[in-house]
Design a protein. Structure first.
Length: 181
C-alpha cells in the first residue's frame, strides 16, 4: 500500500483571503473618508431645544468621548438632561463634559440595496477577520474559517443593512447662557 502526500492550497487560499480583506478594508476606508468629508460640509444647526433627539459625546477621559443618545429633557446653564435610551432614569451631563452635540435628521435615506451592500461589506470584513482569529486559536484551517466567516457574517450584515437603515446626524450648536457672577 502506498501513501500519497496530500498537497494543500492553503498558502494560496490564505493569500487570496488576505488580499480580499485588504481590498475590503481599503473600500471601507474610502467610504468612511467620504462620509466624514460630507459631514464636515453640512450646515451647523441652531440651538438644541427640549424634546429634540440628540447624540452627545461625553468626555470621560482626557481624549476619550462616548456617545449618549436620547431626547433633551432640560437645558440649564451648567448642564443638560437627557432621557437616554440606554438607561431608565434621566441622565444629567455637565456642559464642560460635552465635547460634541449632534441632532437627529431622521432615518437614513436611500435604497435598501445600498444599506444591504454597506452592511454586507462591513459584516463580511468582520466575519473574515473573526474567522482567521478563530481558525488560528483552534489550530485549524484559518483560511476556511475566514471564508466561512466572510460568507455567514456578510449575509447577516446584508440582511441587517437592508432591514435597519440607520440614522442621520447633523452637527448642532448650543446657546448656553453666560454664567452669572
Amino acid at each position: 500500500m502506498q501513501y500519497r502526500h496530500c498537497t494543500s492550497d492553503a498558502p494560496s487560499v490564505a493569500r487570496r483571503v488576505a488580499h480580499l480583506v485588504v481590498a475590503i478594508a481599503s473600500g471601507l476606508a474610502m467610504v468612511a473618508g467620504n462620509a466624514a468629508a460630507q459631514s464636515d460640509t453640512t450646515p451647523v444647526l441652531g440651538p438644541v431645544a427640549v424634546g429634540t433627539r440628540v447624540r452627545l459625546w461625553e468626555r470621560v477621559a482626557s481624549d476619550v468621548s462616548v456617545p449618549v443618545i436620547g431626547r433633551v429633557g432640560r437645558i440649564a446653564r451648567d448642564s443638560i438632561t437627557l432621557a437616554a435610551e440606554a438607561v431608565a432614569t434621566p441622565v444629567e451631563l455637565a456642559w464642560p463634559s460635552v465635547s460634541r452635540i449632534e441632532v437627529s435628521a431622521g432615518p437614513q435615506t436611500g435604497s435598501r440595496s445600498a444599506g444591504a451592500l454597506r452592511g454586507g461589506i462591513i459584516g463580511a470584513l468582520g466575519g473574515a477577520v473573526a474567522g482567521v482569529i478563530l481558525g488560528n486559536m483552534a489550530n485549524r484551517n484559518a483560511p476556511k474559517f475566514a471564508i466561512a466567516g466572510f460568507v455567514i457574517a456578510g449575509g447577516a450584515g446584508a440582511g441587517i443593512g437592508a432591514y435597519a437603515p440607520g440614522e442621520r446626524w447633523q452637527p448642532a450648536t448650543t446657546t448656553t447662557p453666560a454664567p452669572t457672577r
